[in-house]
Design a protein around this ligand. Sequence first.
Ligand code: FES
Ligand SMILES: [Fe+2]
Length: 360
Amino acid sequence: MRKDLAADLESGRTLPAPWYTDRSALERELERIFRRSWQYAGAAADLVGEGAFLTVRAGRVPIVLARGRDGELRGFINVCRHRGSELVLEERGCRRTLQCHYHAWTYDLDGSLRAAPGSAAEEGFDRAEFSLLPVAVGEWGPWVFVNPDPQAAPLAEALGGLPAILEAAGLDLAALRPREGARYDIAANWKVVVDNYLECYHCPVAHPAFADLIDLANYTVEEYGNFSVQGGPLRTSAGNGEAPYRVRAGVEEGVYVLLFPNFAINVYPGPGNVSLNVFEPVDERRTVARYQYFFADAVPEDEVREFMEFVDQIQHEDTVLCESVQRGLESGCFDQGRLLLSRESALRHFQRQVLAAVDG
Ligand code: FES
Ligand SMILES: [Fe+2]
């Protein structure tokens, strides 16, 4: 552990600018964070039935998830053992086997190599040596997670007390179904995007609609092992026709969770709704925010639209902020910032985790 940097973080200073601008910093994080942590993959509802598959990336590791004939959900490195082509190119679908589009090596849904054209005539070729490489898979309610490290501790350990916190907030995970997706390209380092997510100090300035909905005077931030939780109650004026979307009974508070490293769960007041964000690094100065919306079946389509427009507006406001921070970090005129720990302590929590993972 870099002693002085750890002490800097404790005193409210931030990670230095090169952590956000240098290719080598991102390489380090891809290796030491993204190759060994649990990351959101997709909706369990998209992986029902034999042969259902989904492809996803954990950092730069391509992964394919597939439901086997035995009903088990497995994950593999999505790279063919023959010459290294990506194996499954489609985002999702249903297949009887995983067949490579290059030379048609064909893998069973359990990852074993079933056929390689012409290999019978090949001396010393043993199919058993070329199974797909497994990764760890975990499920939580309607959500599926992957960890490129097949020896990873179970997902439940990474989640800790988080499921109980969401349940206590009144969210019924079992009632949620995936409804819509969205994708935002942000010209900023993935940690700029996560940092921005982790404080609402900027909300009154940058998100007027959010500030009208949530009572920011009673906004709280709590830190736990692998995640942090922020949120606040509905403003008393919201829900009386002034809210940006229709707020009715259900969850009463806004709850916003960041699970290390790059997964956010947003629960807004009202009937069963969750928007998930995965902040995926593209390179050291570009991030994709992948959104997936889940709603209870009872939420009608027009309310879904209204809600998505509300969230879309907030994301556009955040994109402007993140991109301006990235330009500032790259100016050569800024090294470390100074957090207001009464408002921004969740950033320190996140940055501590980054530092520990990179140095550990
Ligand atoms: S690279 Fe997949 S079959 Fe050749
Ligand atoms: Fe924001």
